[in-house]
Design a binder for this molecule. Structure first.
Ligand code: ZN
Ligand code: ZN
Length: 105
């Protein structure tokens, strides 16, 4: 599996600092020559572990999980709304069919 992590220049005096995202195979900053480090692709925090699958830091990972959880919750709520609507719909339909014939006369 290819390394999808990004590298960044760790030199905060460098023009590329927190600006240019380098590939995993790049080794040195093109602007200042500092050796690149793996960073979080969201917040530029240097990555601690050496897992090629971990593109983002633990903090961003937690945030993403949070959002996923919220999305699931929202989805559940939407599902409930649809379900309650479906429960009401037959009653509404009955009402409409009752009203329609009298309207035709
Ligand atoms: Zn640099
Ligand atoms: Zn991060």
């Amino acid at each position: 599996m290819s390394d999808k992590r990004i590298k960044g220049c760790p030199n905060d005096k460098c023009d590329d600092y927190k600006k240019i995202k380098y590939k995993a195979e790049d080794r040195f900053c093109k602007s200042c020559g500092t050796e690149l480090i793996f960073v979080c692709s969201k917040c530029w925090t240097p990555l601690a572990g050496d897992d090629p699958k971990k593109k983002i830091c633990a903090k961003c990972e937690a945030k993403r999980e949070d959002r996923k959880e919220k999305l699931i919750q929202t989805g559940k709520r939407a599902g409930q709304a649809v379900a309650s609507l479906a429960a009401v719909a037959p009653a509404v339909l009955k009402l409409i069919t009752k009203v329609l014939p009298t309207n035709k006369k």
